[in-house]
Every structure is written in structure tokens, then in C-alpha cells.
Design a protein around this ligand. Structure first.
Ligand SMILES: [Cu+2]
Length: 223
């Protein structure tokens, strides 16, 4: 068996077997700044959520998905994301545990997002175990797309692509990207493709660009 192609789950199982120590099922990750849809619901409380979208996740799929917020993955993506994640399944990564993330709702909690003076934003992705990275890819939903419509690849515009980033000692990957000149509520979609295995991870992040950068500058905003 070639360990290079073990999925993360298999690696954890291997560690449990060999070391005999309990390991959390938390060896992958998700976006925490801004929080991904699933991580937001974890913060909201798996057992007693108060947010309408998080309540719906619990009612339609129980709490397992929320507790496993770091595992929205495809084990054999190998860069072929559009092949392994069909339209309408982007937020779940086409992973059956997370189908509730694909629900068509207008009330997913959104987090305001604003670029810093240089037009960039520093995303934070909590990686509970380090993996070497092939690439990080960021997309934003197009103008006019509504969250009550299935999210399709054709609705997504790539705005950032980064290579390998070292895991910060605090357990996060910090990912600085130029933000698109978007307005209003959008979905930002991130793809994390490992280079040490074909496994990839997906996150939907519900954000609100508000009036957008262009409006800020038009109103005299100073960098
Ligand atoms: Cu992992």
C-alpha cells in the first residue's frame, strides 16, 4: 500500500491503530475567517442551534455533519474538482454526510467582508493537521446568482489561486487574496487540493460585500 495515496481518514486510522491513542476526527480543516457555512453552525452550537440555517441542518441531517465540520472532502479529487463535485453539490463537496449544506435557502448566516486598504483580505483556514498543498483556489458567486438557486460551477468566478502555504504554529493557514469588486451577499467557495495525496477539501463561505469597494471609494473612502 502506497502511503502517499492514503486519504486523511486512513492516516488517522493508521495513527490510532499504531499509537493506540484516541485521535479526534479532526485532521483536515475548514475556513474559520470568515467562517464556512458548516463551521459557522459548529460555532452556533451543534445541539441547540439558534440560527435558522443551522437549525435546518440539524433537522434535516442531525448533528453528525456539524461535529465533523473539518471533513468536507473528496478523497480522490486530484485536481478534477468539477468532475467529482457536480453542479448543485458544491457546498457539500458531493460528500453524502454534508448534503444539508446544499439546501437552497435565502437565510444562511452571512459574514461581512471588506478588503483592507491594499484591496486584499486575509482568509484563515483552520488545519487540524498539516498537509502539503498543491493549490488553494477561491471563487465568488457571480452577480445575480441567488442562494435559492443551485450553485453551479458556471456561477463561480475564480479570483485567487495560491500554492503551498505553511501551517502557522497557531493551527491556521493564512491565505491572503485580492478581493473581487463584488457587492451584496455572495458565496465564496474555496478548494484545497493536497499535493501529498489526491484528497481535496471544499468550503462554502456566506459573505456580504455590502456596497463593495467601488462604492466606498466613490464616497471618499481613503486607503
Ligand atoms: Cu486532513
Amino acid at each position: 500500500m502506497n502511503q502517499r495515496f492514503l486519504t486523511c481518514s486512513a492516516s488517522v486510522l493508521f495513527a490510532v491503530t499504531v499509537l493506540g491513542a484516541p485521535q479526534p476526527a479532526s485532521a483536515h480543516g475548514s475556513m474559520t475567517t470568515p467562517p464556512s457555512r458548516i463551521y459557522y453552525c459548529y460555532l452556533n452550537g451543534a445541539e441547540n442551534p439558534t440560527d435558522p440555517g443551522c437549525i435546518a441542518i440539524k433537522q434535516n441531517g442531525g448533528t453528525d455533519a456539524v461535529y465533523d465540520w473539518m471533513s468536507v472532502n473528496q478523497a480522490n479529487a486530484n485536481g478534477n474538482h468539477q468532475a467529482v463535485v457536480p453542479d448543485g453539490k458544491l457546498c457539500s463537496g458531493n460528500n453524502p454526510l454534508f448534503t444539508t449544506l446544499d439546501m437552497l435557502r435565502s437565510d444562511w448566516h452571512t459574514t461581512p467582508i471588506t478588503a483592507s486598504g491594499d484591496g486584499t483580505f486575509q482568509f484563515a483556514f483552520r488545519g487540524t493537521a498539516p498537509h502539503a498543498t498543491r493549490d488553494w483556489i477561491f471563487y465568488v458567486s457571480r452577480t445575480g446568482w441567488l442562494p435559492t438557486q443551485p450553485l453551479r460551477w458556471a456561477d463561480m468566478e475564480e479570483f485567487c489561486r495560491l500554492g503551498n502555504v505553511a501551517l502557522n504554529p497557531d493551527g491556521h493557514y493564512y491565505l491572503r487574496c485580492p478581493l473581487p469588486a463584488a457587492t451584496g451577499k455572495r458565496v465564496i467557495y474555496s478548494v484545497w487540493q493536497r499535493s501529498d495525496s489526491p484528497e481535496a477539501f471544499y468550503t462554502c463561505i456566506d459573505v456580504d460585500f455590502g456596497a463593495g469597494r467601488d462604492a466606498l471609494f466613490a464616497n471618499g473612502f481613503q486607503q
